[in-house]
Design a binder for this molecule. Structure first.
Ligand SMILES: *Cc1c(COP(=O)(O)O)cnc(C)c1O
Length: 448
C-alpha cells in the first residue's frame, strides 16, 4: 500500500470533511499532504501540486514561509495565548495600530474575532446594536447582494444568497433583503458594464426607498463576489452604494475577507472606489494563510455609541475564546512586514502584462467565456461550443479539476468557473505551467 493510501484509509475512517459529499471520496479520495514548500504542496508519495488557489484563498507568501515561521516560533516561546477580555498583549496592540494606519482614516477601531464568519457575525450585530443604542431599535434587517457569500454560520447565511449553502437551513435563517447583482457578465451584447452598474444601483435605491427604516446595514464583497463564481463588478458600483447608504442612513459593511490584502490589485478593494465602509472585515490572507484571525475595523462614531456608564446592554459583549490570539497576530505582523519590505502591490502590478499574455490563448478558446481578471484574481467560465453553459449534471468543472490534479496543479473550480488565486510568489515559469495546465484541463474537460 502506498503511503498516500495508508493516510487516506485512516482519514476516511474518522474524518468528516468540509464542503464535501463524503461518498464522492469513494471515487476521488482526499489527497493527504505531507509538506508545503512555497507555492507547492507535496503528498505522501512525493507528488507535487502547484497551489493555484492559495489553499482556499488564504496563503499569500507560500507555505512554510521562513519570515512568518520565525515570528511564530519566537512568539511561541514568549506567550502563546491570553484572554483578551480585561487583558492585552503586544502583538494585538501592534497589529491593531498597523491595521488602523494602513486603512482609510475614518476607521480607527479594531475588533478581533477568530475566523471570517465570526467576524461577519460581529459586524452584523455591531450595526444593529449601534442603531439600538442611539434610539433606532427597529433597524433589524440587512441588505445583501445577489450572489453574495459571507460565511456559513446562521447569521452569515442570512446575508448569503448561494442556495447550495443556505437552502437546506432556510427554516433556521433570518433572510436578508436582496439587491440585484452588479456582475458585469450580465451586460447585453454591445453594452458596457456601466449599464449593469446603473441598473443595479437603481434597483437598490428602490429597495431602500421601501425599507431603509428597518435596515441596519448593507453588506457586500467589494469588486469580486468570490464564492459565487468570481463575479466581478465595477468600482463605480461601490461608489454608488456608499452614496446610497449615506443618503438612507444605513451602514455599509465591506467584507474584504477574501478580496483584501492585495487580491484585487490594491491593498483593499474599497480603495479602487475611494470609499470608506463603516465596517471593514479582514481575514483569510491576513495571517499569510497560517492561523485563523479576523479583524473588524470600524469608525469612532460607531465605537462612541457603545462607550458610556450605562448598563452592560449598551456594551458590545460579543466574544470568542481565541480572540486576538498572539500567534495569529504575529503571523499577521510578519505578513504585513512582507508586504512592505517587498513592495508586493507594486510587484504584483508589474506582472500584469505577463499574466495578460498568458490569458490570450484562453480568451480565444471555443470552450471558455468571460475570461476575466481583477488584480490577482483570474477567472473563466467553461461553455459548450455554442457559447451556452454545459448541463450541470455533466460536471465539466469537476472534470477539469481532476485533469489539472493529474498534471500537478490544484485548481478547484466553482461549478464550471475555473479560477486562479495563487500566492503572490509564483515565478514566471510557475505562471506558465499554471496557464498550460489550465488549457490542457479545459481541453480534456470539454472533449466529448
Ligand atoms: C471565506 C469567506 C468568509 C468566511 O470566512 P471563514 O473564515 O471561512 O469563516 C466570509 N466572507 C467571504 C467573502 C469569504 O470569502
Amino acid at each position: 500500500m502506498s503511503r498516500n493510501q495508508a493516510w487516506i484509509n485512516r482519514d476516511l475512517a474518522v474524518l468528516w470533511h468540509p464542503c464535501t459529499q463524503m461518498k464522492e471520496h469513494e471515487a476521488l479520495p482526499p489527497i493527504p499532504i505531507a509538506q508545503g514548500e512555497g507555492a507547492w504542496l507535496v503528498d505522501f508519495d512525493g507528488k507535487r501540486y502547484l497551489d493555484a488557489i492559495s489553499s482556499w484563498w488564504v496563503n499569500l507568501f507560500g507555505h512554510a514561509n521562513p519570515v512568518i515561521n520565525e515570528r511564530i516560533k519566537a512568539q511561541l516561546n514568549t506567550l502563546e495565548h491570553v484572554i483578551l477580555a480585561g487583558f492585552s498583549h503586544a502583538p494585538v496592540v501592534e497589529l491593531a495600530e498597523r491595521l488602523v494606519a494602513m486603512s482609510p482614516a475614518p476607521l480607527t477601531r479594531v475588533f478581533f474575532t477568530d475566523n471570517g464568519s465570526s467576524g461577519i457575525e460581529a459586524a452584523l450585530k455591531m450595526s444593529f446594536h449601534y442603531w439600538r443604542n442611539i434610539g433606532l431599535p427597529n433597524k433589524t434587517r440587512f441588505i445583501a447582494i445577489e450572489g453574495s457569500y459571507h460565511g456559513e454560520t446562521l447569521g452569515a447565511l442570512g446575508v448569503g444568497t448561494l442556495a447550495i449553502f443556505s437552502e437546506t437551513y432556510a427554516p433556521l435563517i433570518k433572510p436578508a433583503l436582496i439587491a440585484p447583482s452588479p456582475d458585469c457578465r450580465q451586460a447585453l451584447p454591445d453594452e458596457p458594464c456601466a449599464a449593469v452598474t446603473e441598473r443595479a444601483l437603481l434597483s437598490l435605491r428602490t429597495l431602500l426607498e421601501h425599507h431603509a427604516d428597518e435596515v441596519a446595514a448593507l453588506i457586500l464583497e467589494p469588486l469580486v463576489q468570490c464564492a459565487a463564481g468570481m463575479r466581478m463588478h465595477e468600482p463605480a458600483y461601490l461608489a454608488g452604494v456608499r452614496a446610497l447608504c449615506d443618503e438612507f442612513h444605513i451602514h455599509l459593511i465591506a467584507d474584504e475577507i477574501a478580496v483584501g490584502f492585495g487580491r484585487t490589485g490594491t491593498l483593499f478593494a474599497c480603495e479602487q472606489a475611494d470609499i470608506t465602509p463603516d465596517m471593514l472585515c479582514l481575514s483569510k490572507g491576513i495571517t499569510g494563510g497560517y492561523l485563523p484571525l479576523c479583524a473588524v475595523l470600524t469608525t469612532e462614531t460607531l465605537y462612541q455609541a457603545f462607550y458610556c456608564d450605562a448598563p452592560a446592554s449598551r456594551a458590545f459583549l460579543h466574544s470568542h475564546s481565541y480572540t486576538g490570539n498572539p500567534l495569529a497576530c504575529v503571523a499577521a505582523l510578519a505578513t504585513l512586514d512582507l508586504f512592505e519590505q517587498n513592495q508586493v502591490i507594486e510587484r504584483n502590478h508589474a506582472r500584469s502584462p505577463m499574466i495578460e499574455s498568458l490569458l490570450n490563448p484562453l480568451r480565444q478558446h471555443a470552450h471558455l467565456k468571460h475570461v476575466r481578471r481583477r488584480g490577482m484574481i483570474i477567472a473563466m467560465d467553461l461553455c459548450a461550443s455554442n457559447g451556452q453553459p454545459f448541463p450541470r449534471s455533466e460536471r465539466r468543472g469537476q472534470r477539469a479539476y481532476r485533469h489539472a490534479l493529474d498534471a500537478g496543479v490544484l485548481l478547484r473550480p466553482l461549478g464550471d468557473t475555473l479560477y486562479w488565486m495563487p500566492p503572490y510568489i509564483l515565478t514566471d515559469s510557475e505562471w506558465q505551467m499554471l496557464a498550460a495546465a489550465t488549457l490542457n484541463a479545459v481541453n480534456a474537460a470539454t472533449r466529448d
